[in-house]
Design a protein around this ligand. Structure first.
Ligand SMILES: C[S@@+](CC[C@H](N)C(=O)[O-])C[C@H]1O[C@@H](n2cnc3c(N)ncnc32)[C@H](O)[C@@H]1O
Length: 325
C-alpha cells in the first residue's frame, strides 16, 4: 500500500527574488576572504607541471590533467586520503587551492549553473524552518553562500558539516566566520568520507546534500545514501538539491552538444540523471527501517535542476497505521 504523498510544485517565481536570504552580502565578504591562502598548502609547481608521459589507451577515460605516470597530479591528492574518483576527476575543481579560490565566487558558480545558483539556493532554504533547533548534517561543502545562509536561517540548530577535503572545510569555515561572526563557532566541521560516516546511527534530525550525488560514481552514491539514511533519525528529513532527471522536452536535454559537453565535465552525471531519485531514496530508507511519507519536489529551471525534501517515519509505524486503516 502506498502511504506517502508526493508533491511536485510548479517553479516558484518568488524563489528567484531576494526573499529572506542575505546571500549577496555574504558573497561580497566572501570574495575578500577567499583570496587568502588556505590552511592546506599544496605545491603549485608539481601541480602545474605537465604529465610525465602521454595518456595511454587505458587512461583515455580520465580527465585531461591525468598522466599515466605514478606522479600524475591526482595521485598526490589520492595519497592524502581523497577517494580516487574525486582526486582523478575533480582535483582541478575542488582540491587545488587555486581552484577553490577561483570557483568560490557567486558569479562563477552562477555561470556554471546557467544562472540558477541563487534560485537553487533559495529553493533549498525555503525548506528550512528558522525555529528548527535539532541536529543538522550537511554532507560536503559547497561553493558559494549556501552553508552560511543555512546557518543564518536556522540559528538555533546544531549544524555539522563534513567534507573529505580539508581545503574545502577551511574555505567554508572562513565563509562562516565572515558571514556569521561568533555564531559560526556553533558549526561542527569534520573531515570524513561521505561513504563511511563516523557518526552514530540515528544522530541527525535533518541531512542536507547539495549537488553532491551526481558527482559520485554509482556505487559510491549508493553507499553515501545508505550512510545518510543510517545517521538520520527515523522521523528525520532529507533535503537534496540536484540535477533533474533526464527527459525529452527540456532544451538542455534535447541538444546533444549541450548534453555531451556537460557530461564530459561531469562524468557521473549521465547515469545519475537516468535514475529515479525518489525511488532510490525510498529503497534506501526501507533498508534503514524507514519509510518515506512525504516528498516535496521543487523544479528549478524547468526541471533541469530540482530541490527534493523527503520526510521519513519508522517503517514499523507506517505499516501498523496502514494495517489499522
Ligand atoms: C558538494 S560537491 C559540489 C557541489 C557544487 N558543485 C558546488 O560546489 O556548488 C563537491 C564537494 O564534495 C566533496 N566530496 C566529493 N566526494 C566526497 C566524498 N566521498 N566524501 C566527502 N566529500 C566529498 C568535495 O571535496 C567537494 O568539496
Amino acid at each position: 500500500m502506498q502511504t506517502s504523498t508526493q508533491k511536485v510544485h510548479p517553479e516558484d517565481p518568488s524563489v528567484g527574488s531576494s526573499a529572506d536570504v542575505s546571500a549577496t552580502g555574504v558573497e561580497t565578504l566572501q570574495l575578500r576572504e577567499a583570496a587568502q591562502p588556505s590552511a592546506q598548502v599544496i605545491e603549485l609547481e608539481p601541480l602545474l607541471a605537465p604529465a610525465a608521459k602521454p595518456h595511454t589507451a587505458a587512461s583515455t577515460a580520465a580527465s585531461p590533467a591525468e598522466g599515466s605516470a605514478d606522479n600524475a597530479t591526482w595521485r598526490k591528492f589520492h595519497k592524502q586520503g581523497i577517494p580516487e574518483y574525486l582526486a582523478r576527476r575533480y582535483w582541478w575543481a575542488y582540491l587545488w587551492n587555486v581552484s577553490v579560490w577561483f570557483f568560490d565566487h557567486a558569479f562563477i558558480i552562477n555561470t556554471i549553473l546557467f544562472g540558477n545558483y541563487f534560485k537553487l539556493m533559495r529553493a533549498a532554504l525555503t525548506r528550512l524552518d528558522p525555529e528548527f533547533d535539532g541536529r543538522v548534517l550537511q554532507i560536503t561543502c559547497v561553493y558559494g553562500a549556501f552553508t552560511p545562509s543555512m546557518a543564518e536561517k536556522m540559528p538555533k540548530c546544531e549544524l555539522h558539516l563534513l567534507d573529505v577535503a580539508d581545503v574545502q572545510i577551511q574555505s567554508t569555515l572562513r565563509k562562516l566566520r565572515v558571514a556569521k561572526g561568533a555564531a559560526a563557532a556553533g558549526v561542527n566541521p569534520a573531515r570524513m568520507n561521505a561513504e563511511t560516516l563516523a557518526y552514530a546511527d540515528n544522530s541527525f534530525d535533518k541531512v542536507v546534500i547539495f549537488f553532491l550525488l551526481h558527482e559520485l560514481p554509482h556505487d559510491a552514491r549508493a553507499r553515501a545514501l545508505d550512510e545518510a539514511m543510517r545517521v538520520l533519525r527515523p522521523n528525520g528529513k532529507l533535503l537534496i538539491a540536484e540535477y533533474g532527471e533526464l527527459g525529452t522536452t527540456h532544451v538542455m536535454h534535447r541538444i546533444k552538444f549541450l548534453r555531451n559537453t556537460l557530461e564530459a565535465m561531469e562524468p557521473f552525471l549521465g547515469r545519475f540523471r537516468k535514475e529515479n531519485l525518489v525511488e532510490k531514496i525510498r529503497d534506501t530508507a526501507s533498508r534503514a527501517g524507514m519509510a518515506v511519507t512525504d516528498v516535496f519536489q521543487l523544479p528549478v529551471f524547468g526541471g533541469f535542476y530540482r530541490v527534493v525534501d523527503f520526510a521519513m517515519k519508522p517503517a514499523a509505524d507506517v505499516q501498523s497505521r496502514a494495517g489499522k486503516s
